[in-house]
Design a protein around this ligand. Structure first.
Ligand SMILES: [Zn+2]
Length: 233
């Protein structure tokens, strides 16, 4: 095998390795996302708190309602009992009575929306509980698949990497260094074929002098585009 052929073969292997590495990382990314479970759990916890808060709020309103009704009752008993003889006392009780009635009306108005909110939170929590349980089950399955796939791909990758290292060891250091540099800087393309005098990397026609130089060289020579090593083979 010529140096150019060895480099082309190494490039094929390296391109496959790059692809496999990407696929492996995708599996890793999916594994660390845990199927969106952390976000779902967070939303579940927040809804749980909201449900509790809305229940507390409803209970508070109910208790205020009972208390105010009681106060209204007591004030009315005093007002209509005929026991008040003093005008100032009567005025004071009447003022208090209308104040308490106003507060009572406000509480009565707040009760229905608070109950709606509590019911909404309860329903949401129920839905989230179901969703969380479904997603946890399906994630268990998916996680196993992914772990298995990751191990399988990891092994295959390492096997291919060994083949790659054997291939690389047969290439002169200088050529390998140039190839490696270009492979990294030029997104996985380091060696290109010259087709009818045209560089496969930059599509520019090579000057005659360059073609002569290429034919006389032992291995590939760098194209003036700086992005690739040229070979005719
Ligand atoms: Zn070129």
């Amino acid at each position: 095998m010529t140096i150019a052929q060895s480099l082309l073969s190494l490039q094929d292997t390296d391109q496959v390795l790059a692809l496999r590495r990407r696929e492996y990382r995708e599996i890793d990314t999916e594994l660390s996302s845990e199927g969106g479970l952390p976000e779902l759990r967070e939303s579940f916890e927040k809804t749980k708190i909201r449900k509790l808060e809305s229940k507390v709020e409803s209970a508070r309103l109910e208790s205020d309602l009972a208390m105010l009704k009681n106060e209204v009752g007591e004030l009315e008993t005093r007002l209509y009992s005929g026991s008040i003889t003093n005008v100032r006392e009567l005025t004071a009780i009447e003022t208090e009575h209308s104040l308490v009635r106003r507060n009572l009306a406000q509480i009565e108005e707040s009760i229905a929306p608070a109950e709606v909110a509590a019911e909404h939170a309860r329903q949401q929590l129920e839905d989230l509980t179901q969703e969380l349980s479904d997603r946890e089950k399906s994630w268990d399955t998916r996680q196993l698949e992914l772990r298995h796939e990751k191990a399988k791909r990891g092994t295959a990758f390492n096997e291919l990497l060994e083949i790659r290292n054997v291939e690389a060891s047969q290439i002169p250091d200088e050529d390998l260094a140039r190839y490696t540099r270009l492979f990294r800087s030029n997104r996985g393309i380091a060696v290109v074929k010259v087709d009818r005098g045209v560089c496969g990397g930059c599509a520019v026609r090579l000057p005659v002098g360059e073609l002569t130089r290429l034919r006389a060289a032992d291995g590939p020579i760098p194209c003036s585009c700086g992005r690739a090593l040229l070979t005719e083979q």
